[in-house]
Design a protein around this ligand. Structure first.
Ligand code: T46
Length: 138
């Protein structure tokens, strides 16, 4: 996985009744949840994201269906497929992200460490590139 992103595996408790995955602050994820949102009803050709975050950290996982997440830290690029309820990705760096190739039944869950703040978004990929090269956010 590229620097700034890690896979995160959740414990699933399964028995004859089905499966349950608990997610507790600072235990199953490495932060306290400040916000949750989920994305659904996506069209097959939809591309979402296309931005980086200055400070925000988050976990993404698919509760249903699948999608791809393109991750780019300005030096490395990787596409990860999310298609299980037991594994997600933890994005904790200044990472450009795009979500695409959504299956019709995709429900993408985001667990975020802070409230919504439009000022935290960076929509210019060249800023990510420059940050990777010079270590300065400008
Ligand atoms: C991210 C990727 C993975 C809110 O009002 N509150 C919220 O918490 C969020 C996330 C969005 N919004 C509003 C802002 C826009 O009018 O919902 C609308 C759609 O949001 P956006 O275009 O930012 O959605 P995506 O899918 O491009 O990006 C989202 C997150 O915004 C972003 O933080 O990392 O998912």
């Amino acid at each position: 996985m590229i620097s700034g992103v890690d896979r995160i595996r959740f414990s699933s408790f399964g028995d004859e009744r089905g499966s349950l995955v608990p997610i507790e602050n600072d235990k199953d994820i490495p932060f306290r949840i400040g916000r949750i949102y989920y994305i659904y009803n996506t069209t097959p050709d939809a591309v979402r994201g296309k931005h980086a975050h200055k400070d925000l950290n988050q976990v993404l996982l698919c509760l249903s269906g699948s999608c791809d997440v393109l991750l780019d830290n300005g030096k490395e690029r990787e596409i990860v497929t999310l298609n299980t309820r037991e594994e997600g990705i933890y994005i904790h760096g200044f990472i450009w992200r795009e979500m695409l190739h959504f299956s019709a039944d995709c429900v993408l869950l985001a667990l975020v460490d802070r409230p919504y703040d439009p000022e935290d978004y960076v929509f210019d990929y060249s800023v990510v590139k420059r940050f990777a090269e010079e270590g300065v956010l400008q």
